[in-house]
Design a protein around this ligand. Structure first.
Ligand SMILES: Cc1cc2nc3c(=O)[nH]c(=O)nc-3n(C[C@H](O)[C@H](O)[C@H](O)COP(=O)(O)OP(=O)(O)OC[C@H]3O[C@@H](n4cnc5c(N)ncnc54)[C@H](O)[C@@H]3O)c2cc1C
Length: 568
């Protein structure tokens, strides 16, 4: 056995049935922040399905929204967030988000994050810590803290560096959570809806084993790959939402999928994001005839909220019959453009587009999921000892539409709060008896040769979602999508029961579950609001009964009785 495999084998052996205080699923901004803070209170294991930096976080460009400018106020950021959220935000959650932002940015600076400052960018206005503040759609002032247009990469690298300072954090790369361990699995559990950790697939050795933990934090990110075209990297397959749903958690607001209005239209560009910060900087959307069109749709023109810009582009493309519209930044000073957006400049150049001289062809693509596992203000789900934070969670701050750059902030603020709550819980818990957690049973499964069927299934789901559950929906389209996804779901479940599990199979199963949750939630909302637009109910309904979250849960009624109670 080559030495690297011996090492992995050894790690796997010591992992089996090991018990920790905290299990963190995911290594993006939410998971790593949670792990760093949790390490002050106990042992932590952080699993991540590929390499530690493989995350949506790593791709974030624009930055983190935060009230730091002289001309800014908490009230203004709250108000912008509520307007974008189209009447569905939880106001208290939004206030927490906004007011607890500045100390989180301070913390990041202390960890060594190198945000752009007014010294190295041509700046307007003064700000706390001398940071340069960019502008994005829906924000009434400049308030986006950023590291040029590579904010996510800078955040992820610095947070991971900080994480490695802790001896009591174990990081397991290439380990994919398969299923949460709940009372359903544990011998003599008194509460079916209590979490005891997760079954985890070691993707290299193809072994599934349990990791027991007093507290489990789902920080597994988004679900962009439910759609054919997405700005998200391959890890974003809705695993957290799907696992939590299967375990009986409440899932909220899944109909609100944010399509980023401007991703590069090029066959090889993989929906590369052209950050909204470029429009904040002065870029203008134009049709194929060179005409600016956003002023027809919204008083804020190119800086209107994302849902409006995405729908406007969709409409322009339908009118023209062309596959894209164009973003124009040619009128801005070329040197400043390259200096502020080096990533976008270089990526576009690699596809033969010089953004200082050429129009940039753009289309919308699936970008962010506003819904997720429903949590309270401290990240608690309705499953005991299970927390969720980051894109996987639904904290209530985004409502029906996320304001640009509020998601990194949300991950920071609410993961911090989740640790405060979880630390207290861990202090009260006694150790889990790992003998009560059964090993993963895969008897009767075998290696199936027809793996190609999985990729066919994936394309089918993604096509159905893109064609029928995209920016503009209708009852007819949603019903059609549900029928097809139900059928695909049955086929995949059947495959799952017979086959030895691989990461691809797990992801496919989670994608089909997430797709179904999106469709079911969309069918429940009989109005258009924020990111959910349907031609059958084209207006927002302002009756109170419509201003509520769409909640889906598969909880069965009768809880199991008897025996083992691990936590209070
Ligand atoms: C191109 C792009 C640009 C963006 N720009 C901005 C921006 O400028 N500002 C902003 O606020 N937001 C932005 N966003 C959104 C923001 O980046 C994400 O919402 C945020 O990073 C989510 O962080 P997270 O920690 O919740 O999830 P992620 O960063 O996606 O991390 C999820 C982690 O979970 C792991 N994982 C998933 N499933 C499993 C499993 N089953 N088992 C084990 N591990 C698992 C993944 O491997 C990954 O490590 C952008 C997103 C994209 C894609």
């Amino acid at each position: 056995m080559p030495p690297q495999y011996l090492y992995i084998y050894y790690i796997t052996l010591i992992m089996v049935n090991k018990s920790y205080d905290f299990l963190v699923i995911g290594s993006g901004i939410a998971g790593v922040s949670f792990a760093i803070n949790a390490a002050k209170y106990g042992s932590v294991v952080m699993i991540t399905k590929k390499q530690d930096s493989d995350s949506n976080t790593n791709y974030a460009q624009g930055g983190v929204a935060c009230v730091l400018g002289d001309d800014d106020t908490f009230e203004s950021h709250v108000s912008d967030t509520l307007i974008a959220g189209a009447g569905l935000c939880d106001i208290d959650a939004v206030k927490i988000l906004v007011e607890e932002g500045p100390p989180r940015i301070r913390e990041l600076l202390d960890y060594g994050v190198r945000f752009s400052t007014v010294d190295n960018v041509a700046a307007e206005g003064a700000s706390l810590y001398n940071l340069h503040l960019g502008r994005e759609g829906g924000h009434s002032v400049n308030r986006i803290v950023h590291a040029k247009d590579l904010t996510g990469r800078e955040l992820e690298a610095t947070l991971l560096m900080k994480l490695r300072e802790f001896d009591n954090i174990t990081i397991l790369e290439n380990h994919c959570a398969v299923e949460l361990i709940t009372g359903h699995h544990v011998k003599n559990a008194s509460n079916q809806y209590e979490c005891f950790g997760a079954y985890v697939l070691d993707s290299i050795n193809r072994k599934i084993f349990p990791i027991a933990a007093k507290v489990t934090c789902l920080a597994s990110g988004g679900a962009g790959h439910v759609y054919l075209h997405s700005t998200n990297p391959a890890i974003a397959t809705g695993d957290g939402v799907a696992m939590a749903y299967r375990a009986g958690a409440k899932i909220a607001n899944m109909e609100f999928i944010q399509f980023h209005p401007t991703t590069l239209f090029h066959e090889k560009a993989n929906s590369f994001l052209i950050s909204e910060a470029l429009r904040g900087y002065g870029a203008v959307l134009r049709d194929a005839g060179g005409r600016e069109f956003m002023s027809k749709y919204h008083p804020q023109s190119d800086l209107a909220p994302r849902d409006i810009v995405a729908r406007a582009i969709d409409n322009e493309m339908k009118i023209s019959g062309l596959p894209c519209v164009y973003l124009d930044v040619r009128h801005k000073d070329a040197r400043t453009t390259i200096e502020q957006f080096p990533n976008i400049y270089n990526q576009c150049l690699s596809f033969g587009i010089n953004i200082t001289k050429d129009l940039i062809p753009v289309v919308p693509a699936a970008h962010y999921i506003c819904g997720g596992v429903m949590v309270d203000y401290y990240g608690n789900t309705n499953i005991t000892n299970l927390y969720a934070c980051g894109e996987t969670a639904c904290t209530g701050v985004h409502g029906a539409n996320r304001l640009a750059s509020n998601s990194l902030l949300e991950a920071l603020v609410f993961s911090h709060r989740a640790v405060i709550d979880a630390a207290e819980r861990v202090g009260k818990c006694r150790n889990i008896d790992t003998n009560d957690i059964p090993d993963w049973d895969d008897s009767g499964t075998h290696d199936i040769e027809e793996w190609v069927l999985l990729s066919h299934n994936l394309v089918e789901i993604q096509s159905v979602m893109s064609n029928y559950v995209g920016i503009v929906r209708s009852n007819l389209r949603l019903d059609r999508a549900l029928r097809r996804v139900n059928l695909l779901g049955k086929e995949i479940e059947d495959f799952y029961k017979r086959a030895k599990i691989t990461p691809q199979l797990l992801e496919l199963r989670n994608i089909v579950t997430t797709a179904k949750l999106i469709i079911v939630s969309a069918l429940k909302r009989r109005e258009s609001r924020g990111l959910h637009y349907t031609t059958d109910y084209p207006c927002q309904n302002n009756k109170k009964s419509f201003k509520k979250n769409t909640i889906v849960s598969n909880r069965r009624k009768a809880p199991m009785s008897t025996g083992l109670k691990i936590c209070q």
